[in-house]
Design a protein around this ligand. Structure first.
Ligand SMILES: NC(=O)c1ccc[n+]([C@@H]2O[C@H](COP(=O)([O-])OP(=O)(O)OC[C@H]3O[C@@H](n4cnc5c(N)ncnc54)[C@H](OP(=O)(O)O)[C@@H]3O)[C@@H](O)[C@H]2O)c1
Length: 243
């Protein structure tokens, strides 16, 4: 049976690694037949990842969408529902961060972070959860962060948005348990991805790699449907890099 899996922010970093891991697992387990819907704002990125995922013979669909835009959310979910009839798994991975001292955060930094991490994640989840609730099955995975429960001085708005995502997850879980939908909160510490910009290079040796996050995420999805992996916490072995 096909598994229709929508991954946001699949063009780079952790989202890309999750897409590749779903594809790798499908290559190893012929009974697992995922269809990957890969979205990000940069179409060429998701086209490239799509092609890489297809090497194991799975079906992939690259789509350009900005989750901060309500009409993009509607277009994305309607397209997937019309084409495939359902959504079995949503990986809420797309996220942004502006890392500065508290006094340097601008209104633009605030609005940009909240529009993606909070508003986009909320309304995409709301729409997809409606589909899963009706069919009484599904799995929503959130890539939040260690910053959803630990504070760092440079992460004020980012932390606010990630604490907010955790608030949504805890509430959603109350609804999800009533209709057989699984919810997983994945909280990684520092991962070497483009999100870190130039700073990434200097911390690379004390960070995790995107595939370290992707493996447990896909394993959580492949658990028997009676079992929900509710939380996954992953840290570099040496701890948080800016604690
Ligand atoms: N890297 C870390 O250390 C770390 C640690 C803990 C948690 N996380 C979380 O993990 C998630 C992925 O982070 P990452 O490090 O992989 O980031 P990344 O390397 O910057 O990749 C983010 C992906 O999300 C896409 N994206 C961003 N805004 C979007 C939007 N509005 N709509 C659709 N797609 C969007 C980006 O592509 P476009 O820009 O082309 O849209 C890109 O494909 C984020 O939620 C982040 O907060 C990261």
């Amino acid at each position: 049976m096909q598994n229709i899996i929508l991954i946001t922010g699949a063009g780079k970093g952790i989202g890309r690694a999750i897409a590749l891991e779903f594809s790798r697992k499908a290559g190893m387990q012929p009974a697992f037949d995922p269809v990957l819907i890969l979205c990000s704002r940069t179409y060429r990125d998701v086209v490239t990842v799509s092609e890489q995922c297809r090497s194991t013979g799975i079906e992939t669909v690259p789509l350009e969408a900005d989750i901060a835009n309500m009409s993009d959310i509607d277009r994305l979910v309607d397209h997937v529902s019309t084409t495939f009839g359902t959504i079995d798994c949503l990986v809420n991975n797309a996220g942004v961060g502006r890392f500065k001292n508290l006094e340097d955060i601008t209104e633009n930094d605030f609005d940009y972070t909240m529009s993606v991490n909070m508003k986009g994640t909320f309304f995409l989840t709301q729409k997809v959860f409606g589909i899963m609730k009706k069919k009484r099955s599904g799995h929503i995975i959130f890539i939040t962060s260690i910053a959803a429960e630990t504070s760092f001085k440079s992460s004020s708005v980012y932390a606010m948005s990630k604490f907010g995502q955790k608030g949504l997850i805890e509430t959603l879980r109350l609804y999800a348990r009533e209709c057989n939908v699984r919810i997983t909160n994945v909280m990684p510490g520092a991962v070497y991805t483009p999100m870190w910009g130039d700073a990434g290079e200097s911390f690379k040796n004390v960070m995790m790699m995107p595939e370290d996050i992707a493996k447990p995420v896909v394993d959580a999805y492949l658990q028997p449907s009676r079992t929900a992996v509710e939380e996954i916490v992953l840290r570099p072995v040496g701890g948080d890099i800016n604690s």
